[in-house]
Each structure stands twice: as structure tokens, then as C-alpha cells.
Design a protein around this ligand. Structure first.
Ligand SMILES: Cc1cc2nc3c(=O)[nH]c(=O)nc-3n(C[C@H](O)[C@H](O)[C@H](O)COP(=O)(O)O)c2cc1C
Length: 205
């Protein structure tokens, strides 16, 4: 696919056919992550690529499994009906979108600063950098005809994954990634309109 077609085709995919992704394709997709920019030049990210269903389920066993559309009503930060609809689609699928994916990807970043108590914006650079890597993976998956979703680990979800996967305390999970072939009827969430004419400024705000 042409670059701008890939960028425009990338969506969050939370429902998959279950088709297996060949190992060499998964490797190519994850390796794309290592071409992302990195604040400190190290690119010392790790990815755990999990295709074994039992391990996938263990790794995300901390993700709530029984959420419904109604749970979205308690999310006080939601301020727009389109945004609300997107959460009503996504929230009930959080566990399934990871365990019914063909593979679960776990990016790992080294804890170099106190990310939850940063003293300046640069303290967050390692987090920003791994998200560049994650976006590369997401775009690579799209260009190969696959789709991805992401979930930020909440509460003890990271600790449960650490226990299941055995990665050291010095690493953090920025997000879980489910990847697979999009189901034909996979829900694509309506997006809020962005007026680039208003939001892209030339020379002055
Ligand atoms: C930093 C970040 C965190 C996100 N967290 C979640 C999440 O926890 N669960 C989820 O289903 N989607 C999550 N998403 C996906 C967004 O909901 C999604 O990108 C947004 O609705 C736009 O839809 P699109 O990806 O189809 O363009 C996250 C995306 C980003 C960039």
C-alpha cells in the first residue's frame, strides 16, 4: 500500500477472523517498530510476541471481562456523543480484542525516570519514544492487511502480565496490542471531525 493510504486506513480493530499470521510477517511488522525515532538513541525496547492462546489469556487476565455499554455511563470525562459511542463499542471488547487476536504483542520500555511523577517533560521521553515505535508497528500491520488495537494497562494489569511473562521489574508495558485479520463486520468507530483548515496554522496561530 502507498504510504498515505496506509496512514488513512489505520484504524483500531477489535474484532478478528482468528486467522493465523505467519511468523515471518509478525517479525517484519514488529521489526518496523525499531525504525521509530528514540529520544536517547538506544531503541532498547523489547516486544514479547505471543501466539499461544493460553499465554495470551494469562498475560491479560487482569483486564476486565464483563464490562458493558452501561459502564461507559460512569465515565465522567466523556464530553461528546460520538466519543461516548466509541467507548460504548470499545469498552465491552477490551478483553476479547486481546485474546481473540491472532497474536498479542507486549511492548516493553525500560523505566529510566519516574514516569508517574515527572519533573519535566523530558522525563516522559522514553514513553513518547516507545509510542512512536508502537505507531510504526500499527502502520506496518495495516500495510500487511492486518489490524491492531491497543489497551493501556490499568490497576494491577501490568503486574499480572509480568507474572505471566517473566519480564524484569525494570521494564514497563506502555500498552497491550492485539493484532489480527480484521473481521469483515469489525466495528469501526465514528471519528470526531477534525477541521485541518482550522487546526493547521501557517506562520502564526
Ligand atoms: C494513547 C492511546 C491510548 C488508547 N487506549 C485505548 C484503550 O485502552 N482501549 C482501547 O480499546 N483503545 C484505546 N486506544 C485507541 C483509541 O480508542 C482509538 O485510537 C480512537 O478511538 C481512534 O480510533 P481509530 O484508532 O480507529 O482511528 C488508545 C489510543 C491511544 C493513542
Amino acid at each position: 500500500m502507498e504510504f498515505y493510504d496506509v496512514v488513512k486506513a489505520r484504524r483500531s480493530i477489535r474484532q478478528f477472523t482468528g486467522e493465523t499470521i505467519p511468523e515471518e510477517t509478525l517479525k517484519r511488522i514488529v521489526e518496523a517498530g525499531y525504525y521509530a525515532p528514540a529520544n536517547d538513541h538506544f531503541r532498547d525496547w523489547h516486544y514479547i510476541v505471543i501466539t499461544d492462546k493460553k499465554i495470551m489469556k494469562q498475560a491479560v487476565s487482569g483486564v476486565p471481562q464483563n464490562l458493558t455499554e452501561r459502564d461507559v455511563d460512569d465515565m465522567t470525562f466523556i464530553s461528546d456523543p460520538i466519543q461516548k459511542k466509541s467507548y460504548q463499542i470499545a469498552v465491552p471488547l477490551q478483553y476479547k480484542m486481546l485474546t481473540e487476536a491472532s497474536a498479542l504483542l507486549i511492548p516493553l520500555m525500560k523505566k529510566k525516570t519516574d514516569l508517574l511523577h515527572p519533573s519535566c517533560l523530558s522525563d516522559l521521553n522514553c514513553y513518547a519514544s516507545i509510542w512512536c515505535s508502537i505507531e510504526n508497528v500499527w502502520l506496518a500491520a495495516t500495510s500487511e492487511g492486518y489490524g491492531c488495537n491497543v489497551r493501556i494497562p490499568l490497576g494491577n494489569e501490568e503486574e499480572i502480565a509480568r507474572e505471566a511473562l517473566g519480564f524484569p521489574d525494570s521494564f514497563m508495558i506502555p500498552c497491550f496490542i492485539g493484532i489480527g485479520r480484521p473481521r469483515e463486520d469489525a466495528a469501526k468507530v465514528k471519528q470526531l471531525d477534525v477541521n485541518t483548515e482550522e487546526q493547521i496554522h501557517w506562520n502564526h496561530f
